[in-house]
Design a protein around this ligand. Structure first.
Ligand SMILES: [Fe+2]
Length: 154
């Protein structure tokens, strides 16, 4: 078997980490939670909704749902991210969970959270200084189903 074929098969099985979030590299040595559960993280492939007009339940379950709320008197805007969309919420168990969420304003990281398997669900709320940003992007990792992102214009 050629090397490329072997890599494709590993990637299809989710056994090959083809990409890692910036979080993983930056904080690996600082974050005990992430390091502790690293063996449970089986998939670091970037995933995409195949047909955005007709997303599957599995795709909706992994899509970060971004909500922009009010701006407070200090000039910070409340941003909430939930996994997933349309009431199809991603589970949180010891075996299957959202392990992190990152939030970007115009591609600048403004917040990141790591979750304990089975102890916290995939949800964050930050107050963010938007500084005229035009987009908000959320990136989230499922330990089994890979890394998913969503971006909205504001
Ligand atoms: Fe999942």
């Amino acid at each position: 078997m050629k090397r490329r074929d072997a890599l494709k098969r590993l990637a299809a099985l989710g056994l090959l980490a083809t990409a890692a979030p910036s979080f993983a590299k930056e904080n690996e040595k600082f974050c005990d939670v992430y390091t502790k559960y690293r063996p449970q993280i089986k998939n670091r492939n970037w995933m995409k909704i195949k047909d955005p007009k007709h997303p599957t339940k599995g795709e909706l379950k992994h899509t970060p749902d971004i909500k922009i709320d009010e701006t407070n008197t200090k000039g910070f805007t409340k941003i909430e991210v939930t996994l997933g969309k349309n009431g199809i919420i991603h589970p949180s168990s010891k075996e299957h969970y959202i392990d992190f969420i990152e939030v970007y304003a115009d591609n600048e990281l403004v917040g990141k959270t790591v979750f304990e398997p089975g102890e916290a669900m995939g949800y964050i709320s930050y107050n963010v200084k938007l500084n005229g940003s035009k987009t908000i992007k959320a990136v989230a990792g499922c330990n089994i189903h890979g890394i998913w992102e969503n971006k909205i214009s504001i």
